[in-house]
Design a protein around this ligand. Structure first.
Ligand SMILES: [Fe+2]
Length: 91
């Protein structure tokens, strides 16, 4: 089953790469697309973790929380990279 939301996010990233191929804003655009993926993953893992809590599945809660924390860390790293360098290059 195709997930339309993530397909849209990936399509948007592809469009950004095409539209900004020769622009100094390319890296900023790619970073924004990568963060959209991370945010999508965060919403999904957060929901699944909540469901696992409600269903009384502590092992699943632990694993889903690990994934959730990894996604949040990646998002934070991308934000730091954007603020430190990429957005300034684009401007
Ligand atoms: Fe991720």
């Amino acid at each position: 089953m195709t997930r339309e939301a993530i397909k849209g996010i990936i399509d948007e990233g592809t469009e950004i790469m095409e539209d900004f191929a020769d622009s100094p804003a390319l890296d900023a655009g790619i970073l924004s697309a990568a963060q959209a993926v991370e945010h999508y993953e965060i919403t999904r893992y957060d929901t699944l973790k909540t469901w696992a809590e409600e269903l009384g599945l502590p092992d699943a809660v632990t694993l889903l929380d690990q994934n959730l924390q990894e996604e949040k860390e990646t998002d934070e790293l991308l934000t730091r990279l954007a603020k430190a360098r990429v957005n300034r290059q684009a401007a």
